[in-house]
Write a new protein. Sequence first.
Length: 575
Amino acid sequence: MTLRALLCLLLLTLATPESLAQQAQLLGMRDVQACAGRDAGEGLSDIDAASCRPIQSPSLAPSQNELVWLLGNIDVPEGLADQAPLGFHIGAIAAREVWWNGERIGNSGQPGASRDTETPGDLDTVHWIPPQLIRAQNTVALRLSTLHAGFPVSTPVHYIFVAPFGEARAMMLSGSAPGLATTGALIAAALFFGFAWATDRRAVGSLFISLMALCVVGQFVLEHIRAITTYPYPMHVWRLVGIAVLAFAFALTMTAYVAGRFTPRRWRLHVAIAAGLGLAGIPVMHGFDGLTLGLILAPSTVALAAALQGLRARRSGALVTTLALTVFVALQLVENAAFIERTFYLSVSFLTLVLFVDQVRTLRRAREAETLATRRAAVLELELLRRRIAPHFLMNTLNALSEWVESDPKTGVKMIEALAEEFRLLSQVSDRPLIPLGEEIALCRRHLEVMSYRVDRAFSLSVRNVDETEQVPPGVLHTLVENAFTHGRFGDGGEFVLTSETDDRGQRLVLLTPQADSPREGLKAGSGGEGLAYVRRRLEAAFGVGAHVDSGATPDGWRTVITLPRHRTASRIAT
């Protein structure tokens, strides 16, 4: 998310309903009084005038478990009623009836002195004020009761004002803008990280990130469903409970992610501490906003402590996460209960962005480590296979060398020099991923020289139409030459021939070995035993599946074809 996007979100967040209300010049009640009702059902005559007492705000109306009247005045500037139809807007966890200048203009449900006599109404309503009833100074009376809330409600009346008809709904929708700006990204993140966890259950951090995003989206839906629809007031308390539960779940999954990243051995302990602190604070929190704040603040503090431990241990990503959590916790402490309504979605968007990036980097590092481990395993497997090929050659060569030293020391010395040269060349190329074909040819000729001494027959390698600068993995041709002696007998010596061809698939190196005196026992065309398997693995490790080997008998000898792909980039295998 760019800095410009963050600034836009900040401006939208600062445009709270209060500031929007000021722009709309909403007309509120003054000289508010709360009075007891007699429940006689006779309208304004039901007011017990002797019980009336002034209160600072309509939100302090004591309608919980009793019938109450709110009395007050609303001033309407001259000419305002001519500009647009005016409505009496009220949002309250209460059934109510509304009187304007002594005339009943609407109701929501039916207030009553007992649960049986009350009929719950909608939470938010707007009642049209007939123009002929509007004066410069107007008296307002509301009959309220809250008997179906399910939980104690300290401030059942949320707002009362006069404004153009429908203004309250527009203000609520304007307040939804910050959350809407991030909800799409959160849904995408939930799907992405959820899929990442589903395809690799070891990536538990992806699961926590996905759950975090889903909790924030669910909380946003519950927070702003009030702006797009209305519902009976008893549902409002359960909606608030759902918001608090989702906020708590978000905070716990966030703690689980941070603790899992930076204190992996104790992440469950951190989550348990966060849950315990959050639940322990419920009795001392005031109102649902305060309750929700407490359920977020306690786990956030525990998560910050886990990030600090990661910072002390110099873990990757700990510094950025610590700074983001510090800002997140500081905003909660500074904003207090207003944090939930004003800056929650902006701060959560910033925090989750940091954690998203951290998890993506974690997944990338894990993938790179897995790839490196796979390559190292491939190298190890190749070398183990190579070691299974070499011992019999070394044993037979040493036996032959012993015989030459005893029968013809000069020839024995030459054989030692040839063997030393072969081992020297092997040591030079063994740690390199690719070598020029010319070096591989030289290695093969040294091996044929050694074998000439070993079996007392002349062997040579003829090279025709071959680009000796072509890059190949070390040891592939050398292994094929070794393989020829492992699986065949050459009583009269012979010439090995290496040629090169080019076709649509790429370059082909063709090695033709002399016709053996005895058939290759146990071999089928295309198999070649462990030696050919080693060559296949070496080529695939270097060039991928586009490189392959074909081998089989021909009337002129055993023919092996190595196909190198036309477009190839060698894989740098870590050793």
